[in-house]
Design a protein around this ligand. Structure first.
Ligand code: AMP
Ligand code: ZN
Length: 490
């Protein structure tokens, strides 16, 4: 049933069969958020895409070690080796300790991931928790001759590295081309080469987050943390490394160089990159001002939003586009996803009520195979969704007595719909699983009891007031022959 899992490897620019280093196991490292501000929906797309990949590997039975770091030190403004680090800058702005900034936005990130029903990674290491490992790695790179120190800052020597290895292999660029795209070194630059990048950065008097190293007080460069933490938890060479496409040219290119220069091995067998979330064709980012936050999306409280959208409708919206294609945000697309999500959930609810027959009018085994074929083809979630909609169509037809299904086929269809919708796509039923919903149901029971008491006392003014007050929140109470019901207008 599983056949072969293939995935697109940025390194070879082709789809390849997935062969893990250790049979039945998979090691995956994904670059996590820089926790100096709230994650926007674009960041979420990348993490939700890798959640899908993690979930499918688990579904196929792999024992997965999924490492996703938290960048809580070393990320400089503008990704260059100059300026304040992002945490110090934000800490000064908000008049907080840098670690208060880190704590605040790490907790916020976890809340958002939970809302989107993303599974937590197996290990979530922080850069500040791995300063020793980063220092050791830098020492090794210097000892191997690929880095040099200048005034307390350590630089990676890209041109020297490129004599033995191909520095631009991930983006398929030659060193000469890369050099053309960078500015000339000025008189104040202390690096030897234009492409050289910092492994360790000397602390300025005002630097708040700093550690003592063999090169004096300073802090690690952004790229070295991922090399140090991925090799610590997954080994010098591991299966999958992921992140957004924007990380390919610099962050991941430098990660490969550092790991190779330290361990004499290529660190990663499969590099996977997710495409960007755009708004009207422009990449969503903090700087472009189009980076709305998940909270704003759920409430609809943003100029670009016509209304609020539930976390599961948004997750489903993301699943309807392949992770390597750009995904353009629009209210229309989200509203279509809301409907599609509801259609799937309603069909799943009907599964328990279907009557079986001696023959099936549809080929369920074939449909199930198509679901696997889609996901085995580089995690093609949109094709999977199309097959699940076909499943929903069959369920509705059987329910309307337009088609028939055998008991065996119904069992297959049920397990297929459940495992692909809930386990693989990571969707959940919003009514039954939300703590808020349970609380709302409880509150409504209390209110309806008070209303019943008022009516029994013939206090119709009080019972009408309750009904009218609830209407302000779009909650409608109806007296039916079977009792009182309530509903929320969508
Ligand atoms: P950062 O917190 O800036 O380090 O970014 C965290 C992750 O979000 C990285 O993997 C980025 O590539 C990714 N990312 C940033 N912007 C977008 C976007 N508009 N769409 C998809 N992924 C993004
Ligand atoms: Zn990284």
């Amino acid at each position: 049933m599983q056949n072969e899992l293939t995935l697109y490897n940025t390194l070879s620019r082709s789809k390849e069969k997935f062969t893990p280093i250790n049979s039945g196991m998979a090691g995956m490292y994904v670059c996590g958020p820089t926790v100096y501000s709230d994650v926007h929906l674009g960041n979420c797309r990348t993490f939700i895409s890798f959640d899908l990949i993690y979930r499918y590997l688990l579904h196929l039975g792999f024992k997965v070690r999924y490492v996703r770091n938290i960048t809580d030190a070393g990320h400089l403004e503008g990704d260059r080796d100059e300026g304040d680090d992002k945490f110090t800058k934000k800490a000064k702005l908000e008049q907080l300790e840098p670690m208060e900034i880190v704590q605040k936005y790490t907790l916020g990130f976890h809340d958002v991931m939970r809302e989107f029903n993303a599974l937590p990674p197996s290990i979530e290491p922080t850069a500040t928790g791995h300063i020793c490992e980063q220092i050791e790695m830098i020492k090794e790179i210097i000892a191997n001759g690929y880095a040099y120190e200048k005034n307390g800052t350590v630089y990676f020597d890209v041109e020297k590295y490129n004599k033995e290895f191909s520095y631009g292999q991930l983006t398929n660029r030659k060193l000469e081309e890369l050099l053309e795209g960078t500015r000339e070194l000025g008189g104040q630059d202390e690096k030897n080469g234009r492409l050289d990048f910092a492994l360790w950065i000397v602390a300025k008097p005002e630097t708040l987050m700093k550690w003592l190293s063999p090169w004096g007080w300073g802090f690690p460069g952004w790229h070295i943390e991922c090399s140090a933490m991925s090799s610590k938890y997954l080994g010098d060479t591991f299966d999958i490394h992921g992140g957004g496409m924007d990380l390919q040219a610099t962050h991941h290119t430098n990660e490969i160089a550092q790991s190779q220069a330290c361990n004499h091995k290529a660190p990663v067998n499969y590099w996977m990159h997710t495409n960007m979330l755009t708004v009207n064709g422009v990449r969503m980012s903090k700087s472009a001002g189009n980076g709305f936050l998940p909270g704003e999306l759920f409430t609809g409280n943003h100029a670009l939003l016509e209304k609020g959208y539930s976390p599961m409708a948004v997750r489903f919206f993301m699943m309807q586009t392949h992770y390597r294609s750009t995904l353009d945000f629009s209210n229309e697309a989200l509203q279509a996803s809301e409907k599609g999500y509801a259609r799937l959930m309603n069909a799943i609810k009907l599964l328990d009520k279907l009557k079986t027959a001696d023959t099936s009018t549809s080929n369920i085994a074939d449909l199930k195979q198509k679901c696997y074929d889609a996901m085995n083809d580089d995690f093609n979630a949109p094709v999977l969704v199309a097959n699940l909609f076909e499943g929903a169509r069959i369920i509705n037809s059987v329910n309307d007595s337009k088609e028939t299904i055998t008991a065996d086929d119904l069992a297959t269809l049920k397990s297929m719909m459940h495992s692909f919708v809930f386990d693989v796509l990571g969707l959940k039923s919003e009514q039954s699983n939300s703590g808020n919903d349970t609380a709302l149901k409880g509150v409504m029971e209390v209110i309806l009891d008070i209303r019943k008491d008022a009516k029994e006392r013939k206090d119709f003014a009080a019972s009408d007031k309750l009904r009218n007050d609830l209407a302000k929140y779009k909650i409608t109470i109806k007296d039916t022959k079977d009792g009182v019901t309530w509903s929320i207008e969508e």
